[in-house]
Design a protein around this ligand. Structure first.
Ligand SMILES: Cc1ncc(C[n+]2csc(CCOP(=O)(O)OP(=O)(O)O)c2C)c(N)n1
Ligand code: SF4
Ligand SMILES: [Mg+2]
Length: 358
């Protein structure tokens, strides 16, 4: 690691040390789970509940997440959508792209509004206004800023009170709707408009807030991370979340063309590289049992993920090494927790981008 100097002297070293731990109190490591994907091999309906004609950027993966989420959850779903790209791009009067009940809420109160809706449904069922056997899903569909930062207390309260709400945080690692400001989930080294790369500072100087682990620390029934490049894994997790007897939290990585600065054709490739390099690990914590749902036998170097994106273009080799060291450390922690090597070592001989099917 390079020696940090000047106003930010020592900061990288401190940040490097300040990492989360995968092992939470009360969390056990799950037994091998045969049939993981047999469980997920259910047919998705032809019917669309997230409609075309939205204003998301070309290749924005918010659409991939929203469309599959609603295919799994179905028409008896109420979507609570705080301000952010997903909201401003899908509801421009007089059109809307949600074929289910949908409510726009303020930037910071998604968890609180969803709690109220869930409590109202319960009350109406008790009074016989709604059929008590009817299963209605309440979903918060919120960005990283609306979740990890401004909406954090509303989320925490919702989890603590045990509302049966599915909270989906789509994480494009910044406040994209308002012009690419950093958020609590922006990774180290990314250049943003409020954490610009300069001569002394390599862009953002903090690491991603581990939102899935923070949610899991509330002791809720279901928590998972997902990546829309792996749709089968993602839909499996929507299904598990819908079946949870209490709150569930899904942290889903989402590629953003202008914010991450890649060519639109790489929107899925860049997400694949996040998982192939170990930067992003798909796992779940199901009733307190931790399991990696997508093992990676051999990892590509993290530079494969970084070099596709303009937001990391300024990084010096030693800063890339710092990020690689952090990924290595997280992977070692996950493997230690799992008691075996679920995420393999870096193999520098692997090509960063291989043609599809190879
Ligand atoms: C209290 C408040 N502060 C600031 C804003 C302006 N604002 C709207 S959306 C947004 C950023 C949203 O970021 P995120 O939740 O990550 O969603 P994304 O735009 O990335 O999809 C901001 C700062 C606001 N609407 N309300
Ligand atoms: S700015 Fe990013 S997150 Fe927002 S619509 Fe465009 S690609 Fe999607
Ligand atoms: Mg965001």
């Amino acid at each position: 690691m390079s020696e940090a100097r000047g106003r930010f002297g020592g900061i990288r070293e401190k940040i490097y040390i300040r990492r989360h731990h995968i092992t939470l109190p009360g969390v056990k490591i799950a037994e091998e789970y045969p049939g993981l994907y047999e469980y997920a091999s259910f047919e998705l309906p032809q019917e669309e509940f997230f409609l075309p004609g939205h204003g998301l950027c070309a290749s924005c993966t918010i659409g991939v997440i929203a469309r599959h989420m609603l295919k799994v959850l179905g028409p008896d779903t109420i979507v609570v959508n705080p301000t952010g790209c997903a909201e401003v791009s899908t509801v421009v009067y007089p059109r809307g792209n949600w074929a289910v009940p949908w409510i726009h809420v303020a930037f910071g109160n998604g968890g609180a509004v969803a709690s109220g809706i869930e409590a109202a449904i319960k009350a109406l069922k008790r009074r016989g206004v709604i059929d008590s056997t009817r299963k209605i899903n309440v979903v918060v569909f919120a960005g990283d800023g609306a979740t990890a930062d401004i909406g954090f207390q509303a989320l925490s309260g919702m989890l603590e009170r045990g509302h049966r709400v599915i909270y989906v945080m789509y994480d494009n690692e910044g406040y994209m709707n308002t012009g690419i400001q950093r958020s609590g989930t922006t990774p180290f080294g990314a250049s943003t408009t409020t954490a610009p790369a300069g001569r002394k500072v390599p862009g953002n100087v903090t690491h991603k807030k581990p939102m899935a682990l923070i949610a899991a620390a509330h002791g809720i029934p279901y928590v998972a991370t997902a990546n829309p490049a792996y749709v089968h894994d993602m839909v499996y997790k929507f299904k598990k979340a819908a079946e949870a007897d209490g709150p569930s939290f899904l942290h889903i990585l989402q590629s953003c063309t202008p914010g991450w600065r890649f060519e639109p054709k790489y929107a899925i490739r860049v997400l694949e590289l996040a998982t192939e390099t170990g930067y992003w690990v798909n796992y779940e914590i199901d009733r307190g049992e931790f399991r990696v749902t997508m093992p990676v036998p051999k990892r590509k170097p993290v530079k494969c993920f970084l070099q596709l994106q303009g937001r990391f273009r300024h990084l010096k080799p030693e800063e890339v090494e710092t990020i690689q060291a952090v990924v290595d450390r997280d992977v070692a922690e996950i493997n230690k927790a799992m008691g075996r090597e679920v995420i393999g070592p870096v193999d520098p001989s692997l090509a960063c981008i291989t043609p599809r099917g190879k």
